[in-house]
Write a protein that binds this ligand. Structure first.
Ligand SMILES: C[S@@+](CC[C@H](N)C(=O)[O-])C[C@H]1O[C@@H](n2cnc3c(N)ncnc32)[C@H](O)[C@@H]1O
Length: 283
């Protein structure tokens, strides 16, 4: 049996999941002309999500424009950890409620929600996937999101039902948030500069350098975020940053140096490592 032409075109361009991708493109295109253009852009190497204009994340459809970092499924683990913390649940080593890829996080069960409005900040928000997922999962979250890149900010404003600011890390946040943030979530750029050349071409060529480059050891932005966190976190509040397994010990040292008590959470399923730093309440 011969393959449908779209599948054949995508396969010839090296798309491993050509059938699945063809199905998504067919379901998303609003005209034959749009479909042709989408297939050509995908065949030219653009990430599928940038071609579709959306990525699935924690059961949500997150708008993703060309040139904006594509939210990764492994980052769902950071969201899951943040939700456990906001709800005051203890976090077992392998949470029984662990997300299946693409699942949405169930809404708050009655009575388990943090009593007061939880202030959540998504720093380095990109398209705003983390902030959008936390807003959806935690009914009373007040979400603030920040990114340096104007294209990411435009995109995040479509996804996050909250405040989205453009600027450098904490600089654009309103001063009233100082000392009041319950959850500071940050998926910062963490690829060491010298390793960017070895990333898959989709990332290297179609995601901005500012979204990837974490400096010589990949931890430049992480260190700045950790250093600033104690000014913004409420006592008992947590900073959550995605990192690599290899970087985790150095990243934990940066948290400690900033006055945060670090703990590493990992998900073998999602290949994710998240560093969680708590600002211990003064005794
Ligand atoms: C790895 S991407 C993650 C995006 C998003 N958090 C996600 O998980 O999909 C890192 C993001 O950090 C932003 N960024 C880099 N340096 C920044 C800075 N100094 N201040 C604010 N945002 C920054 C980039 O523009 C990019 O959108």
């Amino acid at each position: 049996m011969t393959e449908p032409p779209i599948v054949a075109r995508l396969r010839a361009a090296g798309c491993v999941f050509a059938e699945d991708e063809a199905r998504l493109l067919l379901a998303t295109a609003r005209s034959p002309e749009e479909l042709d253009s989408m297939v050509e852009r995908r065949a030219a190497g653009l990430p599928l999500e940038q071609v579709l204009g959306w990525a699935q994340f924690c059961g949500l459809r997150i708008a993703v424009d060309s040139g904006v970092f594509v939210p990764r499924r492994r980052t769902e683990f950071l969201v899951e950890q943040a939700v456990f913390l906001i709800r005051g649940d203890s976090i077992p080593p392998n949470p029984p409620g662990h997300l299946v890829r693409g699942d949405s996080i169930p809404p708050d069960p009655p009575g388990t929600l943090a009593r007061s409005r939880a202030i959540v900040v998504d720093l380095c928000c990109g398209a705003g996937a983390i902030g959008a997922a936390l807003a959806a999962a935690v009914e009373h979250a007040e979400v603030h999101a920040v990114d340096l890149d104007p294209a990411a900010v435009r995109c995040a404003r479509r996804n996050v039902s909250g405040h989205v600011y453009q600027g450098d890390l904490y600089q654009p946040l309103p001063a009233r948030l100082r000392g009041r943030v319950a959850i500071l979530a940050a998926n910062v750029p963490y690829v060491p500069t010298g390793e960017i050349a070895f990333l898959p071409p989709e990332a290297r060529a179609h995601e901005p350098q500012v979204a990837l480059d974490g400096g010589p050891d990949g931890l430049d932005v992480l260190r700045r975020v950790a250093a600033g966190a104690p000014d913004w976190l409420a006592p008992g509040g947590c900073l959550l940053i995605e990192t690599s397994e290899r970087q985790a010990p150095l990243a934990a040292a940066a948290f400690q140096a900033s006055g945060l008590s670090p703990r590493v959470a990992t998900s073998a399923d999602l290949g994710a490592t998240v560093l969680i730093g708590t600002l211990e309440p003064a005794t």
